[in-house]
Write a protein that binds this ligand. Structure first.
Ligand code: SF4
Length: 472
């Protein structure tokens, strides 16, 4: 296991783990990706057995993949923000450190004075923080959007149109004998997915050798080398390939030598495997949701699983990225009936992706304030949207420095959800299973959790706008 605490060597960590003064917390959930692995064992120093390792330092996260491991061990690295900031000057380089109360007042003033504020992010924080963010959007009259509007949003729109037949990851592990990863690379984005739920795990009714794994993507990756079959599809032609498989499945013959760059021999082989499998699972990624066809790709992939259920059992599931992006959709849906891109400007929820999505509102120059919560939109949005963010007040709520904090007017540092945050903090796994996150170590002095800071903001905006807050 790689140990990466600043200034420590593996020898140091071996010494720490050998001492009885190291506290081990078991069954910790990793708050990084949508797998929410719940078998992490985190070691924390109790009294600083080595002089340069302070008490309460996370020194090991057993079972975590390299990405999750880094998240646990780097909570106090050089990018951590320890004090709220008010930033000014043309390049926001003049930084004034203030108390959390002052920073919240400044942020609330921006939101209360804005005509069309946008609240965005929410995928890397808890359901409890999501609830508070929606309340803040209500009292501010804001548009509230989560990161799914730039990743799996089209898939959700497809589900709204045609429904979905899906399953839990546990069911897939126990039953699935044919697993397809379409337009995604699990070993890069969800490194333990294949080991916990699909390719390399024994299920109740499946041995590892019983499973056939397909990878369908526009180019081969390292993952393609470890699967039973790799199919290379031409970019933006997934829809054609899916429809061809559906036609063959229904007994139609296709007068073509290839479909979407895939030889007919391979298309027929895939169709036969789908028909003969006892339980097929299709996991899909952004290669399907964000290529040409978008939501139509997912509609037709769902239709394929529906067709397959005439012969056998088949389910489909998105490979969700951020650890609680599924939760941000759930909370928004159970509150307003809509999963993302919800406008609360007119006193009632209004949903029109493309019109009420954060990127589109920015690109059209309509937003007059922007609040990023547990997200780094300046690093991921199109340049035209980021350019607009430079012209309006920006607030950031995040434990760490990122590109967006550098263009922000107000920076509100928070505790890491699932590692430091107080109180009940929950998240939804990619298959829609809610799980309670842990608190392993205390947050730095004076640093509150996302939901606590958002609650302060709700109160302050209510005060500024003269809104009487309901009593809870
Ligand atoms: S696969 Fe995801 S949830 Fe599991 S340890 Fe790695 S980053 Fe964490």
């Amino acid at each position: 296991m790689l140990i990466e605490v600043q200034g420590m060597t593996t020898k140091d960590t071996d010494a720490i783990l050998a001492t009885p003064r190291t506290r081990i917390t078991k069954h910790v959930i990793c708050p990084f990706c949508g797998c929410l692995c719940d078998d992490i064992e985190v070691a924390v120093t109790m009294t600083g057995p080595l002089p340069r390792v302070p008490e309460g330092t996370i020194v090991e996260a057993l079972n975590a993949c390299r990405i999750g491991h880094t998240k646990f061990l780097k909570v106090r690295d050089e990018y951590r923000i320890y004090k709220p900031e008010l930033r000014s000057g043309s390049d926001k380089s003049e930084v004034k450190h203030v108390s959390i109360e002052e920073a919240v007042q400044a942020a609330a003033k921006i939101l209360a004075n804005a005509k069309r504020p946008v609240i965005y992010g929410l995928a890397s924080t808890s359901n409890e923080a999501n609830v508070k963010a929606l309340e803040l959007a209500e009292v501010s009259g804001a548009i509230v959007d989560n990161t799914s509007s730039v990743c799996h949003g089209p898939g959700i729109e497809a589900v709204q149109r045609v429904g979905i037949g899906t399953a839990t990851l546990g069911k897939i592990k126990n039953y699935s004998d044919l697993i397809i990863y379409w337009g995604c690379n699990p070993i890069a984005a969800h490194p333990r997915h294949t080991r916990r739920y699909s390719q390399f795990i024994e299920g109740l009714f499946r041995q590892v050798e019983d499973r056939k794994i397909y990878h369908i993507d526009v180019r081969p990756t390292r993952f393609s080398d470890q699967v039973t079959n790799f199919i290379q599809v031409e970019p933006n032609k997934d829809y054609e390939l899916l429809q061809a498989v559906r036609s063959l499945l229904r007994g139609h013959e296709l007068q073509a030598s290839e479909v979407a760059g895939v030889p007919m021999r391979q298309v027929r082989e895939l169709t036969a495997d789908l028909k003969n499998a006892q339980f097929t699972t299709i996991f899909f990624g952004l290669g399907l949701t964000q290529s040409h066809g978008k939501d139509h790709n997912i509609s037709v992939a769902i239709d394929l699983t529906a067709d397959l259920n005439h012969y056998t059992k088949a389910v489909i599931m998105p490979l969700r990225g951020h650890f609680n992006v599924t939760g941000s959709n759930h909370v928004s849906t159970w509150t307003y009936g809509y999963p993302f891109s919800v406008s609360l400007e007119h006193g009632a929820p209004y949903y029109m992706p493309g019109e009420t999505s954060a990127v589109d509102v920015l690109v059209r120059g309509e937003a007059d304030a922007f609040f990023a919560i547990a997200a780094d939109p300046a690093a991921s949005f199109p340049a035209s949207a980021v350019k607009q963010m430079l012209n309006i007040p920006v607030i950031v709520l995040d434990p760490k420095r990122c590109v967006t904090t550098e263009i922000a007017d107000v920076v509100l540092p928070s505790a890491y959800v699932g590692i430091e945050a107080d109180g009940v903090q929950t998240a939804y796994r990619m298959d829609g299973i809610p799980l309670q996150l842990s608190k392993i170590v205390d947050a730095p002095a004076g640093i509150k959790s996302d939901d606590q800071i958002l609650d302060m903001l709700v109160r302050e905006v209510c005060k500024l706008k003269g809104i009487k807050r309901y009593p809870y």
